[in-house]
Ligand binder design. Structure first.
Ligand code: SF4
Length: 337
């Protein structure tokens, strides 16, 4: 957390839809499957200051990863969506003009086992961005790879070894080194610790924090682990069914959560003290998350919200600022405004 007041990334009104062939919607005349649009991300805006960490939390399938991929221009966004990198709008650049930005924006993946090619050596895996982006080859690439290995605490003799020879934590170091080798400024960390043993998770988080302190990286950290998010973040966004429902500086959010969905997520965080943990009030959500193929009208959360009011099923609450950089989308909070 070495932030400045400048924004590295500004995401404005990001929406992502995917066409899905539905087996239940046949075109009667031709007997073909009809295509429906799945809204994975629905008008999400947020900005990340240079050198800071913004985390996104929410259940699986809520659009966190798709949002992260959209910022890296790995998926198409709606025409009105804008992605600014240090103030430059990169959302409509073609591949040629996007090329200088590709190296500056990288991703660390969830499962280091499946994201590393088992047939390649560690050196070849870490070199992938250099080769793909034509940034270096031969001895120059090897020098950069060895520098990246050193940055994450891998030993020089690991260069010629293969992923299966490494533990989960070491494999994630390889994944981090691959993200760093092209000297990025912005890194999307997509559940970087969720596939790791608890004992290893803190090591990986320490590496990410140390690198941020030393090199000023800007992170979008996507996670289910709300305790870790509290530790690592400057600001936190809560997503539900493709929408951002609450966003605030980390201390403000954890001490003054306002959205009923955030309150239910936070109530599930285990207390370190076993007695407090046993007595803690949990807010158990009932029902399934609605399908993003058929999202409800009004508030996206109304089908599961214990405080739902009549207008919630009709009118979508806007994400509004309640002060202290705290944004929330809920009619309960804005009913008198
Ligand atoms: Fe619940 Fe209504 Fe607030 Fe949505 S707007 S979270 S349904 S109270």
């Amino acid at each position: 957390m070495t932030g400045t007041n400048e924004y590295c990334i500004e995401a404005r009104d990001i929406s992502v839809q995917f066409p899905v062939k539905s087996p239940f919607h046949l075109n009667r005349k031709r007997g073909e499957k009809k295509t429906k649009l799945l809204t994975a991300v629905n008008h999400v805006s947020l900005s990340i200051r240079t050198g800071e960490t913004v985390s996104l939390v929410g259940e699986s399938g809520c659009g966190k990863t798709t949002f992260g991929r959209a910022l890296l221009r790995l998926v198409n966004t709606a025409p009105e969506s804008q992605i600014l990198f240090h103030g430059k709008d990169i959302s409509r650049l073609d591949e040629k003009h996007l090329h200088p930005y590709r190296a500056k924006m990288q991703m660390i993946f969830q499962d280091p086992m499946t994201s590393l090619d088992p047939r390649k050596t560690i050196g070849a895996i870490i070199a992938e961005p250099l080769i793909a982006l034509h940034l270096a080859s031969g001895t120059e690439a090897e020098k950069k790879v060895r520098e990246a290995m050193d940055m994450v605490g891998l030993k020089p003799d690991h260069y010629d070894r293969y992923p299966h020879e490494f533990s989960g934590g070491q494999r994630q170091r390889v994944g981090i080194a691959r993200a760093l080798v092209a000297h990025p400024e912005f890194i999307v960390c997509d559940e970087p610790i969720s596939a790791l043993d608890v004992s290893i998770q803190a090591q990986v988080i320490n590496i990410l924090e140390d690198l941020q302190n030393r090199y000023g990286y800007t992170y979008l950290f996507i996670s289910h682990d709300l305790s870790m998010v509290r530790h690592i973040s400057d600001e936190v966004g809560v997503m539900y069914l493709g929408s951002l429902v609450e966003f605030a500086p980390v201390k403000e959010l954890y001490e003054n959560m306002l959205h009923p969905y955030t309150q239910s997520l936070m109530s599930a965080i285990p207390e370190p003290d076993p007695i407090a943990n046993r007595n803690a009030k949990r807010i158990i959500l009932t029902g399934e998350v609605p399908s993003p193929l058929n999202p409800p009208k009004g508030c996206p959360f109304w089908t599961r919200c214990r405080q739902c009011m009549e207008k919630c099923a009709e009118i979508r609450p806007e994400l509004r600022n309640v002060g202290n950089g705290h944004l929330v989308a809920c009619h309960l909070i804005h009913s008198d405004r």
